[in-house]
Design a protein around this ligand. Structure first.
Ligand code: NAP
Length: 250
């Protein structure tokens, strides 16, 4: 019987699901995907799945040892900075090789009117100077940064209902991508959106809003990604993550 290495994929993203699917179907490694358990009805990856926090960096380090994990791929969302820093420290501590899989960031193109900011708080600060009817697509966490902007009429789009205070004037849309350009244009016209607020999540599933904003000539408040921990190898696609594992597949 051939020896199979055990791989932990820290997930919660399309890329993590695609990676787990490839690993589960190709059958050369034993893959466990880990989800935080934030989304009520998550799209589950193929293969073994565990849900919930590890109990900090120390808990994750312990889990890696107890489960004899050989490699970790952190394929979490670019804004999930806490788990990414825990993974980097835990993997170093217990000498388990770690790879970060991060989809490329979006880059402004001709015709884009981006205002790049470092945080949701900064986004909230500049927003009143840019429009009156923002489409807010930064996710439900941290949406309370906009709660005091009484003079703006928001459309807030999230997967699950936010459990923090929302701006006084808002319409809540519960929806999950992928989104189409036609759908995004229609949404912006219907709600007379005049400014878009988004995190620089990257990826195709939610990129149509940027093209829609460009076509409508509306400004975009783009929240930049938090920095990655130093010294950890990073790839930007599933194929490269598979190649990183490839050496020890036999
Ligand atoms: P975070 O702030 O980086 O992490 C907070 C805590 O949640 C971590 O300390 C860890 O708890 C737990 N956690 C996070 N990801 C986990 C995972 N994949 N498996 C097990 N535990 C996990 O993360 P977040 O921003 O709340 O995001 C949570 C999850 O949602 C991530 O897996 C991410 O991929 C996904 N997601 C996030 C965003 C976003 O905008 N932040 C968007 C889409 C999807 P312990 O300390 O107890 O281990």
């Amino acid at each position: 019987m051939s020896w199979r290495q055990r791989v932990l994929v820290l997930g919660g993203t399309t890329e993590a699901r695609e990676l787990a699917r490839r690993l589960a179907t190709e059958g050369q490694v034993e893959v466990t995907s880990s989800l935080a358990g934030r989304v009520r009805d998550p799209v589950l990856p193929e293969g073994e799945v565990r849900v919930g926090g590890f109990g900090g960096e120390a808990g994750l380090a312990r889990w890696l040892v107890e489960r004899s994990i050989h490699r970790v791929i952190d394929a979490t969302h670019p804004f999930a900075a806490t788990i990414t820093s825990h993974a980097a420290r835990a993997a170093t501590q217990v000498h388990v090789p770690l790879l970060v899989l991060r989809r490329p960031a979006w880059v402004a193109g001709p015709g884009d009117r981006w205002h790049e900011v470092g945080s949701l708080q900064q986004a909230a600060r500049i927003l009143p100077g840019l429009g009156r009817r923002p489409l807010l697509t930064t996710g439900r966490q941290g949406v309370d940064a906009f709660a005091d902007l009484d003079e703006l009429a928001f459309v807030v789009r999230t997967v699950d209902p936010p459990d923090v205070p929302l701006p006084r004037r808002h319409t809540l849309l519960l929806d999950r991508g992928p989104y189409t350009l036609a759908g995004e244009l229609d949404l912006m016209v219907r709600h007379a959106i005049d400014v878009l607020v988004t995190k620089n999540s990257g990826g195709h599933a939610t990129a149509a809003k940027l093209e829609a904003a460009r076509r409508r000539g509306i400004p975009v408040v783009m929240v930049s990604r938090p920095p990655l921990p130093g010294g950890v190898p990073v790839v930007h696609g599933v194929e490269d993550a598979l190649a990183w594992l490839g050496d020890s597949h036999q």
